[in-house]
Design a protein around this ligand. Structure first.
Ligand SMILES: C[S@@+](CC[C@H](N)C(=O)[O-])C[C@H]1O[C@@H](n2cnc3c(N)ncnc32)[C@H](O)[C@@H]1O
Length: 249
C-alpha cells in the first residue's frame, strides 16, 4: 500500500530559493516519486500595502523591521486549505534544537506548514495565535528561516520509507540509534600511506558488524559523550566500549 505523501507548505518571502530544494538530490527524487509534496507561498500576495510590503517598524523603537501578523495569517490560512490537521512550525533560533527524534516524528505528520521569518522576526501575536511548534537548527542566527526550513525538509524527507532508494536506509545514520555513525572507507585499499582497517577487508560479516558498532560507540563516547547519558548500553556494547578503553589506557 503506498503511503500518503507528506504535504509541506513553506511560507517564505523567497519562494524560488526555497522551492529550489525540490530540484535535486534525495528531496527532488522523493517529490518526483510522490513521497512528499512541496508548495511555497509568498506572504506578499496577501499584503494590502504599497510595494506589497509585509513588514513594519517595531513598537518600542529599535533597529530592524518585523513581519506583520495579517499577511502571515492569510498565508497560513491558504496553506491549511481544507485540511484541519496541519501542524504550523516556526523556524526560529528561539525554538527547541532540532534533533533526529523530532525529525522522525514530524515526518510522520500528514501536513506541515513551515513559517520562515526574516528581518528581526515575526509579530509575537502571530506565533501565539497560529504556531504549534518552534524549532531551531542551532545556537546561531541566520538571516532568514528559509535555510532552516530546507534543512528540516531534507532531514525529514530522507526518513520517509524508500526515499533513499535501494537498500540504503536512514536508520544507519548518526543519531538514529543514539550513536554517531562509524567511519567509512572506499577504494583504494591504501592511499597516502593510510590503510583501510583490516576488519573491513576480512569478509567476516559478524566481525565487520562488531567493528562498526565498536567504532560508533567509541566515536560517540569521545565526541558526544552526552548522547550516551540517556542511552542504556547492551552487554555487547558495554563490553566493546570497555575493550577500547582498556586498550587505550
Ligand atoms: C535574523 S533572524 C531573527 C532573529 C531574532 N531577532 C532573534 O534574535 O531571535 C530572522 C529569521 O531567521 C530565522 N532563523 C534565524 N536563525 C535561526 C535558527 N538558528 N534556526 C531556525 N531559524 C532561524 C527565523 O525564522 C527568524 O525569524
Amino acid at each position: 500500500m503506498s503511503q500518503k505523501p507528506l504535504q509541506i507548505d513553506v511560507i517564505s518571502l523567497f519562494p524560488e530559493f526555497t522551492a529550489s530544494i525540490a530540484e535535486q538530490g534525495v528531496v527532488g527524487r522523493a517529490i518526483q516519486q510522490g513521497k512528499a509534496k512541496l508548495n511555497v507561498i509568498n506572504p506578499r500576495q496577501f499584503s494590502t500595502l504599497s510595494h506589497q510590503r509585509v513588514d513594519d517598524r517595531p513598537y518600542g523603537g529599535g533597529p530592524g523591521m518585523v513581519m506583520q501578523f495579517e499577511p502571515l495569517q492569510a498565508a497560513i490560512k491558504q496553506a491549511r486549505g481544507q485540511s484541519n490537521d496541519a501542524k504550523v512550525i516556526y523556524l526560529s533560533p528561539q525554538g527547541q534544537s532540532l534533533r533526529q527524534e523530532a525529525v522522525r516524528r514530524l515526518a510522520k505528520e500528514s501536513h506541515l506548514i513551515l513559517l520562515c521569518g526574516r528581518y528581526e522576526g515575526i509579530d509575537e501575536r502571530l506565533i501565539e495565535a497560529e504556531v504549534d511548534e518552534e524549532w531551531s537548527i542551532g545556537d546561531y542566527v541566520i538571516s532568514g528561516g528559509e535555510l532552516a526550513a530546507m534543512v528540516m525538509i531534507d532531514a525529514m524527507v530522507r526518513t520517509l520509507p524508500g526515499a533513499l532508494g535501494g537498500e540504503q536506509s536512514a536508520e544507519q545514520d548518526s543519531f538514529e540509534d543514539g550513536l554517531l555513525d562509524c567511519p567509512h572507507y572506499t577504494r583504494p585499499e591504501s592511499v597516502a600511506g593510510r590503510e583501510v582497517p583490516s576488519e573491513l577487508l576480512s569478509g567476516d560479516h559478524k566481525k565487520i558488524a562488531r567493528w562498526r558498532l565498536q567504532q560508533a560507540l567509541v566515536r560517540t563516547y569521545l565526541r558526544r559523550p552526552e548522547l550516551l547519558d540517556g542511552r542504556e548500553l547492551t552487554d555487547e556494547e558495554r563490553q566493546l566500549l570497555e575493550e577500547f578503553l582498556a586498550a587505550s589506557e
